[in-house]
Design a protein around this ligand. Structure first.
Ligand code: C5P
Length: 399
């Protein structure tokens, strides 16, 4: 079936052994109706020849910024504008690093800088290179910028190592392209979510807050947009960039966040309370900076309860969105999560055990167990981006 009819795919090949699979990948894409133009790095040509790629794609292969003949037929800016999707496969650690640094020191990296088409990256490298913190940080940077990361697979590698770093199978990449261009499961749905911490002012210069980074909420916002939803993100004070396509409203305190959410909730289909909202705030905010005095060794601050935002949405009687909460626990995770599900009148709650190192607060990875009224599902340790996508698909199935 011509599932990719008329789709223009720019295939960027860098220098890894998996490059030999690109001939097969190109044939399968073309078989489904895609138009494929190939750009190769110089290192890629050590693994597969431009002639092979020209033969299978039926188009001239570009490999240099400074080739007058290639520039005359389709210049690099024209090529960048032509693409509906840029697929970097295999994407070596070096290409990923150059793209993440915004370099344009060869044709392929320049094209990535010059395109406004979505970019999918299919990493392929030795498992140790993949696990290296530099590569991991570069991939996180690319994900945050809205790039899609496809793979890698784990298993036996050409160098004899075993681990993550194998390029996804050509047919799997073809399926990812089909999904990418296919109908979006959350098309037409509006998602409202909270993320990050809140700050509760004590005086004009001081506040009480918590360590929430906002990463999980921002990852959910990004995943929801990729799946076709319109997303409003109510963000507490965080240092994260707004994911492409997300409407962001910045707030500071729990009371601000509550007001903003309640004025938007009825016009959304799904509400996800991902923020670490302060349970209490100082009863009053001192007009001037609170001074240290010689007489007082103790400072007593009276706190009052903040509104529970997710519970307020759960209690709505008209136009109530499908309401999802989070429960970060250190013990009895299921019990506490299920209690909150009922008490806050939620449709679903995502529980995570924050006592386990390397997941949850401030980390790039997480694992969740989802409890609904009549369902339970574990989403094992994965990047917050992957987890966010699985969560949105799960929510969509329950609407
Ligand atoms: O009660 P607890 O804070 O553990 O519940 C966590 C869930 O409740 C999260 O979804 C969080 O966003 C939400 N929450 C809220 N408003 C509050 C406190 C928590 O929306 N004031």
């Amino acid at each position: 079936m011509q599932t990719l009819a008329g789709k223009k795919i720019l295939l960027g090949i860098s220098g890894g052994i998996a490059a030999y699979k690109c001939a097969e990948l190109t044939r399968r894409l073309i078989e489904r109706g895609a138009e494929v133009r190939v750009v190769m790095t110089k290192a890629a040509e050590a693994f597969i020849t431009p002639l092979t790629m020209q033969a299978v794609s039926g188009k001239p292969v570009s490999d240099s910024l400074f080739d007058p003949a290639a520039e005359a037929s389709m210049g690099h800016i024209e090529l960048a504008k032509w693409a509906d999707l840029v697929l970097l496969a295999p994407a070596t650690a070096d290409l990923i690093a150059r793209v993440s640094a915004g370099m344009g020191n060869d044709l392929l990296s320049t094209l990535v800088l010059a395109t406004d088409a979505p970019v999918a990256v299919s990493p392929a490298m030795n498992q140790q290179m993949y696990r290296n913190v530099a590569t991991q940080e570069n991939l996180v940077t690319l994900e945050r910028r809205g790039y899609t990361i496809w793979g890698p697979d784990a298993g036996e590698q050409a160098c004899g190592d075993v681990g993550p770093g194998r390029m996804l199978d050509p047919m799997e990449l073809v399926h990812r392209c089909e999904d990418f261009f296919g109908p979006k499961p959350l098309e037409g749905k509006r998602v409202l979510l909270t993320a990050g911490p809140t700050r509760e002012a004590l005086d004009p210069v001081r506040y009480l807050s918590n360590h929430s980074s906002g990463k999980m909420g921002f990852a959910i916002a990004q995943a929801a947009v990729k799946l076709g939803a319109k997303v409003t993100l109510v963000a507490g004070p965080v240092t994260l960039a707004t994911p492409a396509g997300v409407q962001r409203i910045d707030v500071i305190s729990a009371v601000d966040m509550h007001q903003t959410v309640m004025s938007h909730a009825a016009s959304h289909d799904i509400f996800i309370g991902c923020a670490a909202v302060a349970d209490y705030r100082p009863e009053s905010i001192a007009e001037h900076k609170i001074k240290k005095t010689a007489e007082n060794d103790n400072l007593v601050i009276t706190m009052v309860k903040n509104p529970d935002i997710v519970a307020s949405v759960g209690a709505m009687t008209e136009n109530r969105p499908f309401t999802v909460g989070f429960a970060a626990e250190t013990q009895d995770v299921e019990k506490y999560a299920r209690d909150k599900l009922l008490k806050k009148n939620l449709d679903m709650i995502c529980a995570n055990d924050v006592s386990i190192a390397g997941q949850g607060f401030n980390s790039n990875d997480n694992a969740l167990t989802i409890y609904g009224r009549d369902c339970e599902q574990s989403l094992p340790l994965a990047s917050k981006a992957q987890l966010a996508q699985s969560l949105m698909l799960l929510i969509n199935n329950k609407l």
